[in-house]
Design a protein around this ligand. Structure first.
Ligand code: MN
Length: 248
């Protein structure tokens, strides 16, 4: 099988050498979803990604930026018909962002409703300390719509994982989150390996003490393999197969 990698959630535009990173992903054959944090950042991502075979740009409005950039939801809705990929979107009820939760709910609600009104999308979704609420909104607003949700850096409980699987969610995993024994146990017990993709969340996650870059999707595959007791080769081909199933 191929040794190609999948990084289904990476902030390429937050690396100092953004354009070089896009080229690098394409040259190395890393299938990369370049998520964005504000709708204004999307056009440049789309422009660069559209020239590649392996990189796709996702339209995002990060929950941690909703307090400052929430008004860009109007631009988000305008751009949405131009893309198949959405992210990073979601909810963050962690201590630093808890206060903007009312606004985050309103924005994420509009995003989900907009996704239902057009062609189905693939969404990379953030759910820090808000897994149940994210799943409630996904269930209420996206059920039966054909939209596909990928839970990025899932950190919920075992029963939340089970519920997400029942709702048809996918999961993108990185080495940092899977280093926790609890995460490995939850995934192995509740998440079918057919629903797992890899990500790095670069530059935000760390691999061996350094900011992750898309080639660290290799460590994400290793973490997936370890959690599920697979060989590296089997884990790698499973992820590629899952990607093909998801994107068609
Ligand atoms: Mn992210």
């Amino acid at each position: 099988m191929s040794d190609k990698l999948v990084d289904f959630h990476c902030h390429l535009d937050l690396f100092p050498d953004f354009e070089a990173k896009v080229r690098e992903c394409d040259d190395l054959g890393i299938f990369t979803l370049a998520v964005t944090t504000t709708p204004r950042a999307w056009r440049r991502n789309e422009e660069l990604a559209s020239k590649t075979r392996h990189v796709r740009a996702a339209l995002g409005l990060h929950p941690q930026l909703v307090a400052s950039n929430g008004r860009e939801i109007d631009l988000f809705e305008k751009l949405l018909p131009l893309t198949r990929y959405v992210g990073e979107v979601g909810l963050d009820a962690g201590p630093r962002f808890f206060r903007s939760m009312p606004q985050q709910r309103a924005v994420f609600g509009r995003i989900l409703d907009a996704c239902v009104s057009g062609e189905p999308k693939i969404l990379s979704v953030h759910s820090v300390r808000a897994t149940t609420e994210v799943l409630d909104m996904v269930e209420r607003r996206l059920a039966g719509s054909g939209n596909q949700v990928v839970l990025h850096w899932f950190s919920g409980t075992r029963s939340e994982a089970r519920r997400a699987v029942e709702l048809g969610c996918w999961f993108s995993v990185n080495a940092q989150m899977m280093a926790k024994l609890k995460s490995k146990e939850i995934f192995a017990a509740e998440v079918p390996l057919e629903k797992v993709l890899t990500e790095t969340d670069g530059p935000f996650s760390e691999t061996n003490g350094k900011s992750s870059t898309p080639s660290n999707a290799r460590e994400s595959v290793m973490a997936f393999a370890e959690a599920y007791g697979l060989s590296h080769a089997d884990a790698s081909s499973q992820v590629l197969k899952n990607l093909r199933t998801l994107v068609g």
